[in-house]
Unconditional design. Structure first.
Lengths: 185, 80
């Protein structure tokens, strides 16, 4: 980190090498679009590396980069509310049935090579179930179980109260379980 | 099960699913079918989540990032 803070190119490259997969994976699962996830990941790294002087070493570097990546994803999803609608159903839907009825189907037939890759990568039942979660649930559950963060680290990374993080994760797991069990029946 | 206060909490079930719950509390599962059922279902979901793969961006990602980053020291003795 000290080398990176001095602006060394090799240190920057090493940070990109270490974090490109976790950051890209989080973003890809948040927005479910490879090209867009790459754009957001690129934006995240540029912001982090150009602002490396403002990094406070008392925090984990990974928390800092995930925070910026998650903010980029959430901002995007808010701006593109139609994208969110396609995953979660109408914002006015109040029950799971209404949400299901107003949501669009994911993982359709691949029309381009990239669509096919996305369909293959994100077409499993668990990936589809994650896609149905609210974005804030999605980022919490991914940080918890894919990145192995503690509840406290997630709260610090996403700047959420600890109780909120616990609630989001428990609700997310319940929703995932119900969705996966529904599919198996 | 006559002592509902002894049921595992959500946090304890998560610890159990990860193999981190103490033996004394984990023993409750052998007596309580309610907790056992919940814990088994929870473990299935957690296992699916922890096995999710990490994806890689397309080739040349680092170069595209570096092309837009302000580098103050292009060379040096840095070793990862």
């Amino acid at each position: 980190m000290a080398w990176a803070r001095q602006g060394h190119e090799a240190a920057f490259r090493e940070l990109v090498r270490r974090y490109e997969r976790p950051v890209f994976s989080l973003l890809y699962r948040m927005v479910r679009d490879r090209a867009l996830a790459e754009d957001l990941a690129q934006e995240t790294f540029i912001k982090v590396l150009n602002g490396i002087k403002s990094y406070r070493p008392e925090f984990k570097f990974s928390s800092w980069i995930f925070k910026i990546a998650n903010n980029a994803a959430i901002d995007h999803l808010r701006k593109k509310s139609l994208d969110t609608l396609s995953l979660d159903g109408s914002p006015s839907a109040e029950t799971p049935e209404q949400m299901r009825a107003t949501s669009l189907q994911l993982g359709g037939k691949g029309e381009t090579p990239l669509d096919e890759v996305e369909s293959r990568e994100l077409g499993t039942a668990i990936e589809k179930a994650i896609a149905r979660l609210r974005p804030e649930y999605r980022s919490c559950i991914l940080l918890r179980h894919v990145e192995g963060y503690s509840y406290e680290e997630i709260a610090a990374t996403l700047e959420l109260p600890l109780g909120t993080v616990k609630t989001y994760i428990h609700r997310a797991r319940n929703e995932l379980r119900v969705y996966l069990e529904d599919r198996r029946e | 099960m006559n002592q509902p206060e002894m049921h595992l909490t959500t946090d304890e079930i998560e610890l159990w699913a990860q193999g981190l719950l103490g033996a004394q509390r984990a023993f409750h599962l052998s007596d309580c079918s309610l907790c056992r059922d919940i814990a088994d279902r929870e473990r299935k979901v957690i296992l699916e989540l922890v096995q999710l793969p990490r994806f890689a961006p397309s080739a040349g990602f680092a170069d595209r990032v570096m092309a837009k980053v302000k580098v103050r020291a292009p060379s040096g003795d840095f070793q990862a």
